[in-house]
Write a protein that binds this ligand. Structure first.
Ligand SMILES: [Zn+2]
Length: 209
């Protein structure tokens, strides 16, 4: 179980040859870079099972098979990148996002409520700072749809949670600093601009006021 995955070659179903650049065992995420493509996160080992990624290296094939038998995998599999929880409970995702920030010793502000709102073409999540120094987080209901990967829900909620941190209200240096910490230790990429996420273009929360 101690195989060094970094540097191992894999094949991507659309992008061809790629190489593993990171493996976050804790969040079951693997990062792959393919030729002429930006580095991207994938679910480990789920994306090998689904055929998005193909392992050709015999050591890697063996590692994947062993990994799937491990207790860690069975315990964590329910909350991996690749899984989709039907009828997502926003508070479950919110609590787990708070635990991630706690673990990384990132202090977030008081959140008075997390509200699920109707889909909005402008954003998927929004964080508002009220006069009383509390924050209100809005998450669009389409983020919680059955066909959205849990991983993408976390990236959206974590993004809003960073906005509650001291100095993190805008997409500034502090915001990016927290974002890269989360990415480094948990593999969730915190976007601050229009990106392809959940297979549709979105704008993540434009903070006002
Ligand atoms: Zn934002």
């Amino acid at each position: 179980m101690n195989l060094e995955l970094k540097g191992k070659k894999v094949r991507h179903c659309s992008y061809g040859e790629g190489v593993i650049t990171e493996f976050y065992e804790r969040s079951l995420i693997i990062r792959i870079r393919c030729d002429n493509q930006p580095e991207r996160p994938y679910a480990f080992p789920d994306d090998f099972d689904s055929g998005i990624l193909l392992a050709e290296d015999s050591e890697l094939i063996e590692f994947i098979a062993e990994f799937k038998k491990s207790v860690r995998y069975r315990l964590q599999a329910s909350k991996t990148f690749g899984s989709m929880t039907p009828n997502k409970d926003v508070m479950k995702f919110f609590k787990e996002s708070c635990e991630i920030l706690d673990d990384l010793k990132i202090r977030y502000g008081t959140v008075a409520g997390v509200r699920v709102i109707d889909p909005n073409p402008e954003f998927f999540g929004l964080c508002r700072h009220t006069k009383d120094d509390v924050h209100l987080i809005d998450i669009c209901s389409d983020v919680l749809a059955d066909d959205i990967r849990d991983h993408d829900v976390y990236t959206i909620i974590l993004h809003e949670l960073i906005h509650t941190c001291d100095g993190g209200i805008k997409h500034n240096k502090k915001f990016r600093e927290y974002g890269s910490l989360i990415e480094r230790f948990y593999g969730y990429t915190i976007y601050s601009r229009i990106r392809l996420l959940c297979y549709k273009p979105i704008v993540l929360s434009s903070q006002k006021g």
